[in-house]
Design a protein around this ligand. Sequence first.
Ligand code: 4AD
Ligand code: MG
Length: 483
Amino acid sequence: MKDLKRTKIVNLIHSEDYGKVANVKGWVRTKRGSKNVSFIALNDGSTIHNIQIVVDHQIIQEDAIQNVHSGASLSVTGEIIKSQGSGQNVEINAQNIEVLGEADPDEYPLQPKKHSLEFLREKAHLRFRTNTFSAISRVRHALIFAIHKFFNDKGFYNIHTPIVTGSDAEGAGEMFRVSTLDPKNPPLNEDGSINYKEDFFGKETNLTVSGQLEAELAALALSEVYTFGPTFRAENSNTSRHLAEFWMIEPEMAFYDIHDNMDLAEEMLKYVIQYALDNCKDDLTFLNKRLLDEEKNKKQEERSEMELLEKLKFVIDNQFERITYSNAIDILKNSKPNKKKKFQFPIEGWGTDLQSEHERYLVEKHFKRPVIVTDYPKEIKAFYMKLNEDNKTVRALDVLFPQIGEIIGGSQREENYDLLLKRMQEMNVPQQELWWYLETRKFGTVPHSGYGLGFERLVQFITGMGNIRDVIPFPRTPQNAEF
Ligand code: 4AD
Ligand code: MG
């Protein structure tokens, strides 16, 4: 009986193999019972659903499962039977139970009750075992798969761009240093500065903030490529939408202008949301209900107007609004919250960057749908964006989503050597570090475009989670690198 191959619970709950004997393995969620019979809810992570194990104490004595509590791991062999209760199709009538690992109920932190997300963050080593976090983990996986499928089906090539770099792609100076020098006793130059020539790479290096610049090099030969890698930002942002380590999808396409770029971004977002709806039904249904329960505790005006599943369908079914930055400023300047001084950062005029509150106003209150804002002032965007004829704005695009704000940032790239060089000089971007980037504008330059999608912000939107720390297994944020 021991040699019976394990069946995953996800396959079992959809089977109708009544009368057959099966083996399941997993972790106990709950155990309850009486003198004659006990019921164990077992979960193996293959589905949000538990399988109910019926333990008849005439077959398996109560003593044998005396030390089975929430969190213990079991191997159970028994007969598949039609469930008496509602909800599940099948249960297992246990014939043999092997306790693989006990969990002391006085010490095990996950009791069969609702724990706060804050508490679970401190138990990140165990939170995979909760319904919420296991559902998010499965949805996250499905989205990774969907993104690769989307680009693969379109003939894009996945490029691995470096994680350790010598350049600052965004020019924002928010990088983590990579060094093997002894911080207590670093080699010094004559002027007292640190001599990075003696460091591991013979120069100053950092963790990358974006794979874009290297992706551009590949696109200027392979036409359509994308990166999907970890990126690192040493910005001290303690918000529900910022991580110091996050994953970014960055497609880069030769011969695309800003309109082609927007079309691709919109198509991609709709594709992956549809993929989640098609492939993660049980988990999204669970997360939809979780959010409804959570919203009950909120004030009426803070509640979202749509349920999670409704919101996902709405995004798929509606065209994203496309407006320029100048339009956005006009709308915001004349908006109710601006006139009533309700914005934390009042909109005074053209030229200031949009804050999250402004982005959310445009999306949630004004247009009531995702919005793509283009043509931002050159001063507030990166050096590589293509300058418009007005000499004031660049061909930038930001995709703004409800609850999230900016989910994608991108642009058409400056492909003219002289203009790019000028922008680098104006913005103090060191050209000697980026000589290779500049050279692509000397040899067979072409119009090209790309964007970056913050993967965790996408997972947040699709799972309805309010805090980005709850959609990545081990979040890295200021003052926090546990696990
Ligand atoms: O707008 P960003 O900074 O753009 C770039 O890095 C470009 N190089 C992308 C490109 O054109 N290839 O970042 C892109 C996206 C943002 O829209 C946001 O979704 C996400 O990355 N993002 C973050 N996500 C989590 N935590 C942070 N600290 C983030 N910073 C940016
Ligand atoms: Mg941005």
